[in-house]
Design a protein around this ligand. Structure first.
Ligand SMILES: C[S@@+](CC[C@H](N)C(=O)[O-])C[C@H]1O[C@@H](n2cnc3c(N)ncnc32)[C@H](O)[C@@H]1O
Length: 349
């Protein structure tokens, strides 16, 4: 890269938040959709009129979009979408990520430096006053909550169909879902196998939502709900699981906390219990874009979620499992859309 190119790249970083908000505006105002529907070219005057904004407003947004390679000018007055523009317009994962960054992360990101210095999620105060985001999830304003859950679910939903095949090979009768959230995995298990029973463990806010969802689906007889704060080491998991399942759960904690949680799992497990860890590991991705998303997600953990967790590398997680007395007996990579790996573990006697 020449020094001039490097300078250009540095300016992209310097202005990134403004360009980001310009793209959010183009989406919210329906302008990307409008251009997509007229992609032989549409004039800026037409865009302003149809979107009910000023010509000035249309010009500044479209000039920003052209700088970001989202639109191209066919002449001084006419634009069309580029490939990047189309992705911004129609790609679901891009939409989920943008909504999550804008609604959940954007305001709090300004406190990242303080979060790094203090080890606390200093940006969380922009959403509410809880020690971590997890205590507040069920109380978030509706739009923000929707973006948080869409982000969380988009990634794990993708992995669940293939994960069910793997977990049910051993025909478990009782599954514990630690950090079971609103119950999606538990409900998928109940649909997959008519006999399996589940226990969901989570903080009270999420558990109440899961319980309500289970009642709506008529699954109260097959699922039990246990309030737990896994960071409180006096709260022990009970025995009795054939499978202990943790999906996108351990990345919510620091390395020391993960070892303590997995030791809790170890004590609850019998020699016949299979322990599954489902995670998107940063270094085990097929696509550069996936690695980029996960690295960005770590910054959300730092500034907003809890101040001390991150997305982990595969070997780092294996080491933490081993430190807690677990043996990883199988590593099943890249199921579903390609983000996740399953670690199948047993306790070392
Ligand atoms: C990222 S979500 C993952 C949810 C779900 N397992 C999935 O795969 O989509 C993490 C879950 O862990 C729960 N959690 C976070 N901190 C916790 C704690 N200290 N004790 C118990 N559960 C906790 C959250 O409430 C949330 O439901």
């Amino acid at each position: 890269m020449s020094i001039l190119e490097a300078k250009h790249e540095a300016q992209k970083i310097a202005f990134a938040p403004l360009f980001f908000q310009a793209m959010v505006a183009l989406k919210k105002l329906g302008i990307l959709k409008l251009i997509a529907e007229n992609n032989r070219g549409i004039t800026i005057a037409d865009i302003a009129e149809k979107s009910k904004i000023s010509l000035y407003g249309a010009k500044v947004l479209l000039e920003a979009a052209a700088s970001a390679d989202v639109v191209e000018y066919l002449n001084d007055h006419t634009v069309k979408l580029t490939k990047i523009g189309y992705i911004l317009h129609i790609d679901r994962i891009t939409e989920v990520n943008m909504d999550f960054v804008n609604d959940v992360c954007y305001d709090g990101a300004k406190f990242l430096t303080e979060s790094i210095q203090t080890g606390k999620p200093a940006g969380l105060k922009t959403l509410g006053s809880w020690p971590t985001v997890y205590e507040g999830l069920s109380q978030l304003p509706e739009e923000i909550k929707e973006s948080w859950f869409a982000f969380d679910h988009h990634y794990s939903d993708d992995a669940f169909p293939a994960a069910l095949e793997i977990v049910f090979k051993d025909n478990p009768a009782v599954i514990f879902d630690i950090g079971g959230n609103t119950g999606k995995w538990a409900f998928a298990c109940c649909r997959y196998n008519p006999d399996v029973k589940l226990k969901i463990f989570d903080l009270p806010g999420q558990l109440a939502v899961a319980q309500q969802n289970a009642a709506t689906l008529g699954l109260q007889d097959r699922i039990e709900f246990h309030t737990i704060n896994v960071l409180d080491e006096t709260q022990q998991l009970p025995a009795g699981a054939d499978v202990i399942w943790m999906s996108q759960f351990l990345d919510c904690f620091s390395e020391n906390e993960i070892v303590a949680i997995l030791k809790n799992v170890y004590r609850a497990a019998s020699e016949k219990t299979f322990i599954y860890i489902l995670e998107p590991f940063i270094d085990n991705q097929k696509f550069d874009a996936a690695n980029y998303c996960l690295t960005g997600t770590s910054l959300y953990f730092t500034a907003i979620a809890n101040g001390n967790s991150k997305m982990y590398a595969l070997d780092a997680m294996k080491q933490l499992a081993q430190d807690a007395g677990l043996q990883v007996i199988e590593t099943i990579p890249l199921i579903g859309g390609g983000y996740h790996t399953i670690l199948k573990c047993v306790k070392v006697q």
